[in-house]
Ligand binder design. Structure first.
Ligand code: SF4
Length: 376
């Protein structure tokens, strides 16, 4: 059994209709019940919950403080390559975007690492496009060996891999993997991924299963907001999370909620999501699940991020570059998307401390994880 079977039990249209028919009474029940279900999550993301934003924010904040204390983790992406053999309608790295590509060499990676380390980071997220001829498992192995001594944690956001490939990378220090479904709407998924390996909806859908089977420590899920109805897509994300937590209970989970951003050759969002709606979604995820980490990137504006760290978010990036070589080697190379919050990590850290939170530059210590596992 994989999530594919669970997913097949649901119809997009029925779920959407059910979300849009939730009432104020459903939202009130979702806010007060001691144990929340996926039906409660539907109520929390429904239009009916828009009138309950204040109590939702208050509860979300309380639950976050209870589980995560006063801490916000910092991470930064390190783009290794913008080569890609896929066409994705929403991405600057798409194959049909005829711009010069590059993959960083060992020496260039270390130049980038030096700058990232000077910003104070101990946790890095490696990002690549999907170019299986050049950016493949042997390349990832080489990069992990090269940079692992410099960071306490290394995460990856690259093409989905097979289980045995993840099993090869985990002992080399791969701590977590982010794999976003982009949208759970199968027809729209096909429209947005017309060419390349990413066109295989089910292979992507089953990637978290392969990660769980490989024993990854943490995985990140999410959709790209703007491709389809965000309420319905978020329900499927919550369903996926729920399934994974029950199936691979030793793994930790994080969620992201990226909104489509401008990029070279850009796509206009089909569905716009307001700031208030994104706050509603963040609170809904937290109220539904007190354990999941919630991550907010530099796609969002300064003002919005300042506000959100107090509502349920547990990790944010800062000072990010979305192009390979962006920190030191070639600042002008092709970027994946434009960032919005351009503040330096030190400024973000000051803002976080000013809001009464402690800044954590790395994910939990390996020694804490070992203790956690021993006590299970
Ligand atoms: S989203 Fe990923 S797979 Fe698609 S074009 Fe961009 S880098 Fe390539």
């Amino acid at each position: 059994m994989s999530f594919k079977e669970e997913f097949a039990r649901y119809s997009w249209d029925n779920v959407k209709e059910s979300i849009y028919s939730k009432t104020a009474a459903d939202v009130e029940k979702a806010l007060t019940t001691p144990k929340r279900t996926l039906e409660d999550f539907k109520a929390l993301v429904s239009p009916a919950a828009a009138a309950y934003l204040e109590p939702m924010a208050k509860l979300s904040r309380q639950l976050t403080r209870k589980r995560f204390g006063n801490t916000i983790q910092m991470y930064v992406p390190l783009y290794l390559s913008n080569e890609c053999t896929n066409i994705c309608t929403y991405c600057g790295f798409s194959l049909d975007n005829k711009v010069r590509r590059r993959t960083l060499t060992d020496r260039e990676i270390l130049q980038e690492v030096e700058v990232i380390k000077s910003m104070g980071y101990e946790h890095v997220l490696l990002v690549t496009g999907e170019a299986n001829q050049t950016v493949h498992v042997p390349y990832f192995k080489k990069v992990l060996e090269l940079i692992r001594p410099h960071f306490a944690q290394v995460s990856m956001e690259v093409q989905p891999l097979d289980r045995d490939e993840y099993e090869e990378l985990i002992p080399l220090g791969l701590h977590s993997v982010l794999v976003y479904q982009e949208t759970y709407h199968q027809e729209d998924y096909r429209k947005h991924h017309p060419k390349g390996k990413k066109a295989h909806f089910n292979y992507r859908l089953e990637t978290p299963d392969r990660l769980g089977q490989a024993g990854i420590h943490k995985m990140g899920l999410g959709v790209l907001i703007g491709l389809e109805d965000w309420r319905t897509d978020s329900f499927f994300t919550a369903l996926h999370l729920d399934y994974l937590e029950k199936t691979y209970w030793q793994t930790r989970y994080s969620l992201s909620f990226p909104r489509l951003r401008p990029f070279s050759g850009g796509l206009e969002p089909k569905v716009a999501m307001s700031d208030r709606e994104l706050v509603q979604l963040i609170c809904a995820y937290r109220i539904f699940n007190g354990e999941v980490e919630l991550s907010l990137s530099t796609r969002e504006s300064e003002k919005f991020r300042n506000h959100c760290i107090q509502l349920g978010v547990t990790s944010i990036s800062a000072g990010s570059k979305t192009n390979p070589g962006g920190y030191a080697v070639e600042p002008e190379s092709l970027e994946q998307f434009e960032i919005s919050d351009e503040r330096k990590p030190a400024e973000i850290a000051r803002m976080i401390r000013g809001a009464g939170y402690e800044v954590v530059w790395k994910d939990w210590d390996a020694s804490l994880i070992a203790n956690e596992r021993m006590s299970e």
